[in-house]
Ligand binder design. Structure first.
Ligand code: PBG
Length: 325
């Protein structure tokens, strides 16, 4: 037999040989854990479509944070769930709103934890949209003013990073200006600039009670069919002064993550969203897949696609697995 071919299997023959040529790793430092803080008392309520993920009231948030910290996770992403919602989402920028108090609690008790505040109005508005609504339309510039107030109040509460997820045009520029004027020159912006209009957010909207009461988010979030549009969005975020760029959702958009990694010189963050989490959990509960292996394969796949950081509801599980390895 004298056919010529390349023996790729040489590099796969043992665990140690495979380790020598492994190109990508998942590290605990890559993980950002999303947390839902709810107004009220003695709340630890599991989200039915997201097994293992809870809404916590402030008095019980310590239980979750102790675990997060002891696992070695270094960063959390905070969402607030207010008791009262209104047309303009005023609880989003209230000095003592639930997310502001959540930030204060974490920074006081876990001072080294990097606290990222999700800056949006949809959890706080009665209509569930991410901005000010008039005649069924989400107004861009009017919404920016409220988003700036929200970002500044979160920075005042001690947020280490502001993560605006509303997809209004110019939100990075407006928030950067607002933060600077309020003296927060050192507070970075992690922009959800590449955010698609996605059915994968379904379980989150149950968790955050933020389903739009009419219509959908297609007039501000991006069309899943588009690729160049993501580059346009990302370029304006860079120009406006973003410090990180988020691509969201994760799994169906790994091509976009790679595009961003190749063209945008910012740390690239992927948001492995609620629907991606729920699908894995549901299949695992049915015994159809090996959850641990699937989770690790998914997360390292995101690293390979070009993500520097991963926002994921699997952060605690992944941290445990990384420890055991
Ligand atoms: C707020 C926001 C959403 C998510 C993060 N920030 C919901 C949305 O845009 O509808 C979704 C996160 C997830 O699905 O895990 N705008």
């Amino acid at each position: 037999m004298s056919i010529e071919f390349k023996r790729h299997r040489r590099l796969r023959q043992s665990a140690n040989m495979r380790a020598l040529v492994r190109e990508n790793y998942l590290h605990i430092e890559d993980l950002i854990y999303p947390i839902f803080v709810a107004e009220g008392e003695n709340i630890k309520k599991e989200i039915s479509s997201m097994p293992g993920i809870y809404n916590f009231s402030l008095d019980r948030l310590g239980e979750e944070m102790d675990e997060v910290q002891s696992l070695g996770i270094k960063s959390v992403l905070l969402f607030g769930l207010p008791l009262e919602k209104d047309e303009c989402g005023t609880q989003a920028f209230h000095d003592h709103g639930i997310v502001q108090e959540g930030i204060r609690f974490i920074k006081k008790n876990y001072p080294d934890m990097v606290v990222i505040a999700d800056t949006c109005l949809c959890e706080y508005t009665s209509h569930g949209h991410c901005g000010v609504v008039e005649e069924g339309k989400v107004l861009n510039d009017e919404s920016l003013e409220l988003l700036v107030k929200t970002a500044v109040s979160q920075a005042e509460a001690g947020a280490d990073i502001i993560a605006p997820s509303n997809m209004m045009d110019g939100f990075v520029a407006a928030i950067r200006k607002g933060l600077d004027e309020a003296g927060f020159l050192e507070t970075p912006i992690m922009s959800y600039g590449v955010k698609y209009s996605s059915a994968f957010y379904g379980p989150f909207r149950e968790a955050a009670d933020s389903t739009p009461q009419f219509g959908d988010r297609k007039a501000y979030q991006m069309d899943p069919a588009n690729r160049l549009e993501a580059l346009r969005e990302a370029e304006s975020d860079v120009a406006e002064g973003a410090d990180f760029l988020i691509v969201k959702p994760g799994l169906p958009y790994l091509d976009i993550v790679r595009d961003m990694k190749n063209t945008i010189k910012l740390p690239i963050v992927i948001y492995n969203v609620s629907g991606e989490y729920s699908m894995v959990k549901a299949a695992a509960q049915n015994g159809w897949i090996d959850e641990e292996k699937i989770v690790m394969e998914m997360l390292v796949g995101m690293k390979r696609a070009g993500a520097d950081l991963i926002m994921t509801y699997f952060a605690k599980d992944a941290a445990k697995m990384l420890r055991e390895q």
